[in-house]
Structures are given as C-alpha cells and as structure tokens.
Write a protein that binds this ligand. Sequence first.
Ligand code: HEM
Length: 168
Amino acid sequence: MENVYYPLLTAHNWVRWLVLLTGIWALVNAFMGVRSRGPMTSRAPFSAFMGSIHLQVLLGLGLFAIMGMNGMAPFPDGPRSSFGWEHLGLGLIAAVFATMANRAAKAPARAAPVYVADGTPAPGPTPTTVSDDITRWRSALFWTFLTWVPLLLAMPWWRPVLRMLGTE
Ligand code: HEM
C-alpha cells in the first residue's frame, strides 16, 4: 500500500509548486494586461494554471481513494478533523475558478462569414476589438485572483516543502 501512497503523495506535493508558479504567472500576466490595456495574444498562463490545478485534483482524488480503501484518514496531523474534507472542497472550488479564468481569457466567438446572393463572400468575421481585450483581461484577473483564495486556504503548509517519497 505504501508503494502507491508515498509516490502519489510526493507527486501531489511537487505539483503544488507547479500550481503556485503558474498561478503567479497568471496573476502577474493578468495584472499587467489590465494595466497596459494591450491586446491579449496568448492565454498560456491561464491554461497552464488551470491544467496544473486539474492535474492536482486528479492526484488528490487518487490519494483520497487509496487512503480510503486502506482505512487511512486524510490529514491526521491537520488542525481539525474536518481538514480533509475542507482540503478536497477548496481544491475543487479552485479548479472551477481557474477554469472560469481560462474561459474568460478566450477570444469571443465571431459570426461566420456571410455570402451575398451572387456568391461573393462578404467581408470576413469582425476582428476582436480593443474593448473585447480589456474585458478579457479584467475578467481573467478577477477569476485568477479568486482562484488564489481557496488555493491558499487549502494548502497544508505544515507538510514537507519538497517531499522525497517516504520522508516525513
Ligand atoms: C487544487 C489544489 C490542491 C493543492 C495545492 C493541494 C496540496 C496538497 C499538499 C501540499 C499536500 C501535502 C503533501 C505532502 O504531505 O507531502 C496535500 C495532501 C493531500 N491532498 Fe491535496 N491539494 C489540492 C487539492 C486536492 C484535492 C482536490 C484532493 C482530493 C480530491 C486532495 C487530496 C489530498 C490528500 C488525500 C492528501 C494526503 C493527506 C495525508 O497524507 O494525510 N488534494 N495536498
């Protein structure tokens, strides 16, 4: 059983740093975008933040399942007996908010080109406008900021900074 628990726990521990680093990247990027009011040419920081949290949720669910099957309560060293459920719930909420941030950063859908009766294509889809980009930056900043709240509350800060398999 420990063959699975410690490798999974170690992966979950390391991916936490990926979550925090991509989260800082997304937050700084969104903040700079709102300030500069420039065009949003890439949403990589928001996709990376969302993707790393989704990976963390999958690893966490695996841990929960493995521990449950072996009668181990999560976080016996936690500040309260409910911390395991709080950690799960807050992690899921963070995943939803990060998904909203990534969605907010997507360019709005544009209408397909229209063809006039004689077969000549009408002018192509309207390009994204400056005000579209400002809305995207603001909305991405809002959801990214909101993601940080459950993320920081869910973090078991007393656990090892970088776990090396069985190390306590
Ligand atoms: C999304 C953000 C999340 C972050 C940043 C995070 C972070 C962490 C960290 C740092 C640990 C301690 C690792 C160690 O002891 O080395 C941990 C443990 C754990 N997490 Fe998460 N987690 C998240 C989400 C989740 C979710 C959604 C679940 C469940 C579905 C989950 C289940 C667990 C379990 C079962 C443990 C082990 C508890 C134990 O060893 O007693 N985590 N988590």
